[in-house]
Design a protein around this ligand. Sequence first.
Ligand code: DGL
Length: 283
Amino acid sequence: MPPTNSNNPMGVFDSGVGGLSVLRSLREQMPEEAVIYFGDQGHVPYGPRPLGQVRDFSEGITRFLLNHGAKIIVVACNAASAAALTHLRRTFPDVSFVGMEPAVKPAAEHTGTGVVGVLATPATFQGALYASVVERFANGVQLMQDTCPGLVQQIEKGDLDGPLTRGILEKALDPMLQKNIDTVVLACTHYPFVIPLIQRIVGEKVRVIDPAPAVARQAKRLLEANGLKRPAGGRGEVRFFTSGDADFVRSLLPGLLGEEGAVGQLHWDGDKVLRGEWLQIGD
Ligand code: DGL
């Protein structure tokens, strides 16, 4: 593993474009940092997959990011955090990880009606992380959960507002509105891209929680604590990689992230090894 110092990039990954909602906040708070972003479009969606398989993918991706000098790993995916965070911390004990945790705590603290909606994928609801967050923080608040089947795929297509996307969200949110939710927790990093549509469905009085800014703050704290923060000033480069269609991913970047970027092509060799034309990058 290459030695890490403050000039090295942050490694960020997700099953696809979802992690770009986290990258957006990372870029806002730490524009000077360089980033390597990997989207596993070859395997998206993670949500319906067995946790063990998502764990293997996450380990392979982490190895790829570390081999390219990542100084910290941001698991910008709730499903991968649920399936793999404990395993990753154990497997790479010298590496700092930041993961996604469903924002049940702030939701339970601030709800007035005592009813909160949680939107996530099946992997996130199945993992021990969600159960532990609920046990520690729900505090008598009623949580209404929905997995929004098909929503991740719609967002991967770039459809943030079409009839099918709207239909999936209405089906999830209408029963929640009938029970008087006043807060919606987004526990899938793809979902912040449809916040404008969610807000139109639930109305302006319902608060929608995107955890990305808090996750970016946590990454910043960790870098500072480890002496790995780049000095402010300038703009770090972002290198994107995908196991899917690189041209298509590149076409989505301006709309989702507000930045252009080259996208490198990787492919999987089994569930744990990524290969591609990228080996010179960052070496
Ligand atoms: N963006 C992901 C998450 O935060 C994964 C979605 C999926 O691939 O199912 O859970």
